[in-house]
Ligand binder design. Sequence first.
Ligand SMILES: [Zn+2]
Length: 118
Amino acid sequence: MLKHLFQGTKWDVPCERCGVVLSKCQCPPPPEPAPAEKKALEPGAQCARIRVEKRPRGKKVTLVEGLSAKDLDALAPRLKALCGAGGTVKDGRLEVQGEHREKIEGELSRAGYKTRRQ
Ligand SMILES: [Zn+2]
């Protein structure tokens, strides 16, 4: 019954790093390789274009464009809380109700993004 445990199994293969059989290997699991895409999305590699648009009936919205969809999704709740306003991410841009260019610009540059006013 126990015999099969001592027959060749995948645990008898030596570890690529320490050479000890895998059943006794103490190596930490290999780190996840960073996807190439992640690198391209560093805040410093993105330029946020910030502008205020006037809507019918005098309503103003602040628009943030030029950032990746992933970043916009992550930033939206932060920026909305900062401005105390509602907003949405739509068509690759973030819309925050009201005029908050300074606040948004400040927050984005603190987070490492390049910003450009339009
Ligand atoms: Zn090892």
